[in-house]
Write a protein that binds this ligand. Structure first.
Ligand code: GDD
Length: 375
């Protein structure tokens, strides 16, 4: 791994293994330039866990901030059970959280931000549903009754958070799936190497990949940070979209097959249209369309066989081709007749036969997929 432990002049203290095995909760906090917040975070966090008689450790995963984080953590580690992991060759919130999780030994693992936007005093209430076995994932939620967001949040931040949450609706029915304040049992988390997030949304990643089907949401007030600045930017938003695609594919593997079918279909469409253009002046309209459609159909058969449906070895290829062509026959007829009808009926299409072919091929693609799925 590119991650390393901090190599400060004084070794950073670690809890002895005996004490760690009795831990209730390991709290993982990713940090980048959060030195101004860490003293208050540690004080409020351990006041909350001590008050609830929870044995806790704090694991800070910092990406080599040049703001005195290392020195401060050394100081804090003399007062609190705190460990620092400094990464020098990697950056990113989600991977930092995973790195921290690799080090956890507590019965529960809790993740939160360093900037005090997540109230430390809510830590015990996030663990309560896990302890009572009423949930296997608990979110500190802004969007359930009793939860709220700091008034200083801009309209853009609100909108962004709502749209991002709405896009994840197919993956979870949690009201605040974007939250970075969450808790899970260590044994439910299992091997963290199965996690592969890109971007910010590590909570969503864990909910999906660890198949957390009982999600509880505890209301919190999300306080905007008082010091430092948010690292959320446009690039992170784009990575979120990529992350969503990955998660939807993982959750619904059928989607992958559909995407493969569409990709093969799109390549077949290029073959169809290129051939049609070439054949049109030579063999004329009707024969040109028919030949181009047949060629594209054969192309699609070959690539769907390899990638989309992956037939077992040894099956009769000719019989498969026959079945595929029969299934596609209806689509091909629709494609052929639609384009000819359009060209005959509309002057626009009589001067633009490729446009008519595009429409015919699009309709045929829908019919083909439906038939190929059932047959
Ligand atoms: N190690 C590391 N590396 N930590 C990082 C990095 C990074 O590249 N980027 C951010 N962090 C840390 C911050 O230092 C902070 O402790 C936490 O991750 C959250 O980062 P912010 O940049 O403050 O996030 P935010 O306020 O924009 O986003 C908040 O809202 C999101 C939902 O709207 C956070 O609470 C997110 O966790 C939450 O998903």
């Amino acid at each position: 791994s590119a991650c390393i432990f901090a190599e400060a002049s004084e070794p950073i203290p670690y809890l002895p293994a005996r004490a760690m095995s009795a831990l209730d909760v390991s709290i993982v906090v990713p940090t980048y330039k959060e030195a101004t917040n860490l003293t208050e975070l540690a004080a409020r966090l351990f006041a909350a866990t001590d008050g609830a008689q929870l044995k806790a450790e704090l694991i800070i995963v910092d990406d080599n901030s040049d703001d005195g984080t290392i020195e401060l953590c050394e100081e804090l580690a003399e007062r609190y059970p705190l460990r620092l992991i400094t990464r020098t060759e990697e950056r990113g919130l989600a991977t930092a959280v995973i790195r921290g999780m690799e080090e956890t030994t507590g019965e529960y693992v809790l993740v939160m931000d360093a900037d005090l936007s997540h109230p430390p005093m809510s830590v015990p209430s996030l663990l309560a549903p896990l302890k009572a076995d009423k949930a296997n994932f608990v979110i500190g939620s802004r969007y359930v009754a009793g939860g709220s967001v700091d008034e200083s949040w801009s309209f853009f931040r609100h909108l962004n958070s709502r749209i991002a949450g709405w896009l994840a609706k197919g993956l979870t029915n949690a009201k605040d799936p974007m939250a970075g304040f969450f808790a899970i049992r260590r044994d439910r988390l299992g091997d963290v190497s199965k996690l592969s997030p890109c971007g910010y949304k590590i909570g969503l990643e864990i909910m999906v990949r660890c198949e957390c089907n009982r999600v509880a949401e505890v209301p919190i007030h999300f306080q905007d940070r008082r010091h430092g600045e948010s690292k959320l930017n446009l690039r992170e938003q784009w990575r979120y979209i990529q992350h969503l695609l990955r998660l939807y594919t993982f959750q619904f593997p059928g989607l992958l097959r559909f995407a493969a079918f569409c990709t093969v279909g799109a390549s077949g469409m290029v073959v169809d249209l290129a051939l049609f253009r070439g054949l049109l002046p030579i063999v004329g309209l009707a024969a040109g369309r028919a030949l181009a459609i047949w060629a594209a159909m054969t192309w699609n058969f070959e690539f769907n066989r390899r990638f989309t449906f992956q037939e077992p070895n040894g099956s009769n290829r000719l019989a498969e081709y026959g079945r595929f062509c029969t299934a596609c026959l209806l689509g091909a007829t629709i494609s052929w007749s639609t384009s000819l009808t359009l060209m005959a009926s509309f002057t626009h299409f009589s001067t633009s036969p490729v446009g008519a072919a595009v429409i015919g091929t699009g309709i045929a693609a829908c019919v083909n997929y439906a038939l190929c799925r059932v047959w």
